[in-house]
Design a protein around this ligand. Sequence first.
Ligand SMILES: [Zn+2]
Length: 400
Amino acid sequence: MSEFGIPPYVDGRTGDKNLSKVVNRALLLDLLRARSGASRASLAKESGLTKVTVSSQVAELIALGIVKETGAGASDLGRKPVMLEIDGAAGYALGVSIATDRLHAVTMDAAGATVRDEDCPLPDASPESVVGAIASVVRAAKKKYRQSRFGLFGVGIAVPGAVERETGRVVRSAKLDWSDVPLKKAVARHFDGILRVGNDATLATIAERELYAPGADDFVCLLIDEGIGSGAYINGAIHYGHNGQFGEVGHMTIVHGGPRCPCGNEGCWDLYGSELALRQALGAARSGPVPDAAEAIALAGARPAWAEGSFRDFVDYLTTGVVSVVNSMAPTTLAINSAILAASPAMFEALKAAVADRAMSHVSACELRLSSLGKAAPAVGACMAAAERFFEGLVLRGGD
Ligand SMILES: [Zn+2]
């Protein structure tokens, strides 16, 4: 929630005699999660609740084991207030993002700090291998955190493809070559806690926006790796689209009559502006092997003369698509998640200048910036999705 108010998940409980208690708890937990430390008095001031209400709610949250006191804070006069914060060690969320050759796993504590970030190689990208690898990461995390109050309370999974929100079924992933895979159901056999499955670009967008642009109502994030995906907040809410299929900007046609894309269309942006397309162009430019992702990043930093044309084309093709995204979505902020652009500030500046030049003048005020999270973004977003559900659960307990 960006605004502190009645959260959507308590809607429909308006006849409930405990509603005010639930709303109060939601307010206080949100404030505590957004601040690094707060006193009872500052919580009362910011929430508008009475000190008595704050004290009794805080006592419950401490008894529940999710909030802890951290000693005295600063005060101009009189007794120093006791500070409160979310107890990070109370529990953990695991976020896993799936690529064709590996899983990227991030573990976050209850206070939202990343405590572990690792890559786990996959033997292949079949659903069986991926579910097996996720099960083994989950098993290890459950064991590691079994002593904590809530243990491993949730798992989020970021999928490079369309995911049906209600069921966690992967409708289609061109990258993994999956169709109709009941991923959530399969992982649920190995984990009985909170389980969220979503599109990787959507989850990356949630992470990017919540951490670095919490007030941005119209926010778009582009995830550029082997393909190009996007996520968007529209009027302050993340947008999913039918069957979770929002954001396939990589399949906009940018070259009429261009080569056939795996999606069935021709001349898609993916085939020109993705990092895979750039790597293939670099291979052709040196009449040699296609560089892997790490080498392409190194080349972007070094910019050898033979690669110059490929990088220039890459920026041009990116500009073409980004201009269309800016013109059609009119975001106030567009965050671009690309390891290649992150490695070359000059290339990113060239892209910014070209977009400012070519986007329609009334939308060109859009702030274009690089992702602050990089390749961890989808897994961080997956952790946050699981944590969100966990905190909703704690809030609703307040109505008991
Ligand atoms: Zn396509």
